[in-house]
Design a protein around this ligand. Structure first.
Ligand SMILES: [Zn+2]
Length: 250
């Protein structure tokens, strides 16, 4: 009897699921990436000649964040990031030789020089900036054509602390100085392989000055007069809701 494995089958950032967002079961191949060594869960990129089983379709994983529990979404996000890492490390970055998959660890190993390449995450800060007890700074991305207002976010640079990254991004994007920077939470974000690290900061000084290549509008909004905000399940949405709850509790 063939043993079937539960499979995360991706085509880029789309995942194969049925109409109830359940994963298919497939025969395991040697090229599959094990996700749970013992639980028979694997991940693979949709093979070129692989037929999509009846009743299944490819759904962008961004959409699954709203249908799945956060632990299910995190598992899928882990699978897609590991696959992407493996796809992008077929050659040794030190000597250029073709790499091999490590038998036990998530590592791509160079048989020529023994260099090990491990999966990496990109730390990215995201900051909710408040002013007084009932205003929050929200910014509209210049790259996004929608009317959605989000939070200030950006990659941590080499040699920088997280708090410095928060200050730098706020100053670059909207020209504001912040105070009382406090850690809130974190969330892996597989687009493509970020770790979002959430902070709350209070407005200290400055007038809003937009970095127009990045931000097309930014304003302090009253909690009860918010514009369209990021979708439920995103860390930005959670941060905004958490802040409103904590400030409106009496
Ligand atoms: Zn090498």
């Amino acid at each position: 009897m063939t043993q079937l494995s539960l499979a995360y089958i991706f085509q880029h950032q789309k995942l194969l699921v049925d109409e109830n967002f359940q994963l298919p079961q497939v025969e395991k191949l040697a090229s599959d990436l094990p996700i749970h060594q013992n639980d028979q869960v694997i991940a693979r990129d949709l093979l070129e000649d692989e037929a999509i089983p009846e009743g299944y379709q490819l759904i962008p994983i961004r959409e699954l964040i709203q249908s799945w529990s956060s632990s299910d979404f995190l598992q899928a996000s882990r699978a897609v990031q590991l696959l992407e890492w493996r796809r992008n490390h077929k050659f040794c970055s030190h000597c250029g030789h073709a790499t091999e998959v490590h038998a036990k660890e998530y590592a791509m190993v160079c048989p020529a020089c023994a260099y090990h390449q491990y999966p990496r995450v990109q730390p990215c800060i995201i900051t909710i900036i408040t002013k007084g007890d009932n205003e929050v700074l929200l910014a509209k991305s210049a790259h996004n054509k929608s009317n959605m207002y989000g939070l200030i976010a950006g990659f941590v640079e080499v040699g920088e602390t997280l708090e410095e990254a928060v200050q730098r991004e706020a100053f670059e994007e909207v020209g504001l100085k912040l105070k009382n920077i406090r850690y809130m939470s974190s969330q892996p974000w597989p687009f493509p392989s970020n770790l979002m690290i959430a902070f709350h900061a209070e407005y200290e000084s400055g007038d809003i000055q937009l970095q127009l290549e990045e931000i097309s509008d930014a304003q302090f909004f009253k909690f009860d007069q918010l514009p369209e905000i990021p979708f439920k399940g995103s860390i930005a949405h959670n941060m905004i809701m958490q802040m409103i709850d904590s400030k409106t509790e009496t």
